[in-house]
Design a protein around this ligand. Structure first.
Ligand SMILES: NC(=O)c1ccc[n+]([C@@H]2O[C@H](COP(=O)([O-])OP(=O)(O)OC[C@H]3O[C@@H](n4cnc5c(N)ncnc54)[C@H](O)[C@@H]3O)[C@@H](O)[C@H]2O)c1
Ligand SMILES: O=C(O)C[C@H](O)C(=O)O
Ligand SMILES: [Mg+2]
Length: 603
């Protein structure tokens, strides 16, 4: 059933490639070189002669008109020759070279860029998104050529309501916002963190079909506590320590009010905020605005889908989730987000009683096993802290190795940001797991921050494991024709669908029910045959299809909870009356796809 739907969708995408159907016109308020310098409208040598006449472009381009297909082939040729020419060079050099060539196209011709991205998403996602985006953020001040998105700084206090009107697009649907304080597992990168919203929004365009003219990456620069950056003469952000307390919140409040005033229906995704502000801003805004925190909520849904998939992969009924022993390493925004969503799922399974739910979860942070005896126990971690004596033989602060040895978990899940902490000793201890097919999730990003590599996991924990990582790794050749399958457990499988469903339903806010629907949709997407091979998540190649499905599930949940206020011409009543099939059609019909539209000049 699932399989059939996916094949049909692939065909749909293929037939749209270079389709001959004439797309609708696009209004442009510029002429001449202003159009050539605007990547939203620029077609380079692809402008037909009639359009060159209409838009004052005659003579500004070489005379021959090159088709979109030829332009695409030309770009891919230069990309492939760059790949060939950089063979054998260090990974970081190759990745940055690839990022540069893609970035140049992005800056010049967005239609061609997004077509290349959509058609080659498996190859390009690791360049424009995780892990290379981390390297780009680390080197941002040096790589900077032209701005992308908007920058609101502590110095703009009192000005944001007018500044927001400096953005040239009339409509914005999707905003990704960061303050740069916890960029992947790389720490505080200040203004350089802008690369993250840019990468996330590229995934929104590629996976969810959000129109790139309606996206807005935003950096809230409230300073940085990264001493190296403060001393770097090339650093492009404010050279001051981060604002704290009320001063900080006033900046975020002002930004949220400004966005809401200009684009009341825009969805704001909070990304890579340090934990204290991640939780606080989520609570502060989630009822008032249509927003969510991807690291807490998107990650939780992706992890939950993987945890449920693991139960199936271990050959047990889903209801057995209540008996899964899970060790979560990292008590930050992501780790705690995962635990609280997993506990909610458990209590639903147990008939909505939270009593005792989660007893089989174990939380380990930088100071070891988290128990109620912990000095200054973080209130957010408290519900998952073990009571004294709850696990015989384990004390407060027990090491990860001790915990794994004692608990013999079915799942070991890392969201610590610390590369290599699932070391040989810890991985070998997983061989004594109570499951014959234990799961290891090394979810921290980027690659060097993963808790272990895929190769080490299969080598030390055994060939029977189920493995997932936040950053991509190649599948592992286990010899004798056997393959150790590597899943990518990354929130990219959910955030685009959450945003898409929220947008097209016109949701007032993003509820737990909508997020739960997203996670369930992802969990049920994988077939039994796939699960048997240890496949927990779809291939990145099908991200556009899974995103449409997640979007539909989120929209349906918004309608069911009466949060859907409608989108454009489609009112709340229309949404309520749509069948499942109509919802699916409505979603796909509203997903932008890159083709050159005829440009019509409007004064
Ligand atoms: N795969 C995904 O989709 C995904 C999603 C979100 C976050 N992440 C990754 O998860 C990591 C953490 O993100 P976060 O927002 O929770 O960060 P955070 O800073 O809020 O939390 C990090 C946690 O790790 C703990 N920790 C630090 N050193 C440790 C050690 N040696 N042993 C055990 N625990 C240790 C800290 O005590 C803290 O609780 C980052 O690398 C991020 O890239 C991945
Ligand atoms: O950005 C990613 O790849 C996932 C996640 O949001 C993270 O912060 O690591
Ligand atoms: Mg993130």
């Amino acid at each position: 059933m699932w399989k059939l739907a996916r094949v049909a969708a692939t065909r749909l995408t293929r037939s749209r490639r270079f389709s001959t159907a004439i797309p609708g016109p696009c209004m442009v308020h510029k002429r001449g070189t202003d159009i050539l310098h605007d990547p939203w409208f620029n077609k380079d040598t692809g402008f037909p002669l009639t359009e060159r006449d209409r838009l004052g472009l005659r003579g500004l381009l070489p005379p021959r008109v090159i088709s979109f297909e030829q332009q695409y082939a030309r770009f891919m040729e230069s990309y492939r020759s760059l790949e060939k020419n950089t063979q054998g060079q260090p990974n970081s050099v190759v990745s940055l070279a690839k990022w540069r060539i893609l970035n140049r196209l992005h800056d010049r011709n967005e239609t061609l860029y997004y077509r290349a991205l959509i058609d080659n998403i498996k190859d390009f996602a690791p360049i424009i998104y995780t892990p290379t985006v981390g390297l780009v953020c680390q080197n941002y001040s040096g790589l900077f050529r032209r701005p992308r998105g908007m920058y609101f700084s502590a110095k703009d206090k009192g000005e944001m309501m007018s500044m927001i009107y400096n953005w040239p697009a009339h409509q914005v649907d999707m905003i990704v916002l960061t303050d740069g304080s916890r960029i992947l597992g790389l720490g505080d990168l200040g203004v350089q963190g802008i690369g993250i919203p840019i990468g996330k929004l590229d995934m929104y365009v590629a996976a969810a079909g959000i129109n790139p003219q309606r996206i807005l990456p935003v950096m809230l620069d409230v300073g940085t506590n990264n001493q190296k950056l403060l001393e770097d003469r090339l650093y492009l952000g404010l050279r001051q320590p981060r604002l704290e307390g009320e001063e900080y919140l006033e900046i975020v409040d002002e930004f949220m009010e400004a966005v809401h005033a200009r684009w009341p229906k825009a969805i704001v995704q909070f990304e890579d905020f340090q934990m204290k502000w991640a939780f606080e801003t989520l609570e502060r805004y989630r009822k008032r605005f249509c927003m969510f925190n991807d690291d807490i909520q998107g990650t939780a849904g992706v992890a939950l889908a993987g945890l449920l998939g693991t139960v199936r992969a271990q050959g047990r009924p889903l209801t057995d989730f209540v008996n899964q022993k899970i060790v979560v390493v990292g008590a930050g925004s992501a780790g705690l987000g995962v635990l609280s969503m997993a506990v909610k799922a458990l209590s639903r399974m147990a008939g909505n009683s939270e009593a005792g739910a989660g007893k089989q979860f174990f939380l380990v942070d930088k100071d070891g096993l988290v128990t109620k005896e912990r000095n200054n126990l973080d209130p957010a971690a408290a519900p998952f802290a073990k009571a004294p004596g709850e696990i015989v033989g384990l004390r407060e602060g027990a090491t990860l190795h001790e915990v794994v040895k004692k608990v013999k978990p079915h799942v070991l899940l890392g969201l610590s940001g610390v590369g290599g902490i699932f070391n040989e000793e810890v991985l070998k201890a997983m061989r004594e797991s109570d499951s014959t097919k234990p799961a290891i999730f090394a979810m921290s990003n980027p690659t060097l921050n993963a808790e272990c590599t895929a190769a080490d996991a299969f080598k030390h924990a055994g060939e029977n494991i189920v493995f997932a990582s936040g950053s991509p790794f190649e599948n592992i050749d286990l010899g004798n024709g056997k393959v150790g399958y590597v899943n990518q457990a990354n929130n990219m499988y959910l955030f685009p669908g959450i945003g898409l469903g929220a947008l097209l339903s016109g949701a007032r806010s993003i509820s737990d029910g909508m997020l739960q629907a997203a996670a369930e949709c992802l969990a049920t997407y994988i077939t039994e045959e796939e699960i048997e091979k240890g496949i927990l998540y779809p291939s990145v190649d099908s991200i556009r299809h899974i995103t449409a499905e997640v979007g539909a599930a989120v929209l349906q949940a918004a309608v069911a909870e009466e949060l859907a206020e409608g989108h454009g011409e489609v009112g709340p009543k229309d949404l309520q009356n749509m069948s499942k099939e109509e919802i699916a059609k409505y979603i796909t019909a509203n997903m932008w796809f890159p083709v050159y539209s005829p440009l019509v000049h409007e004064k």
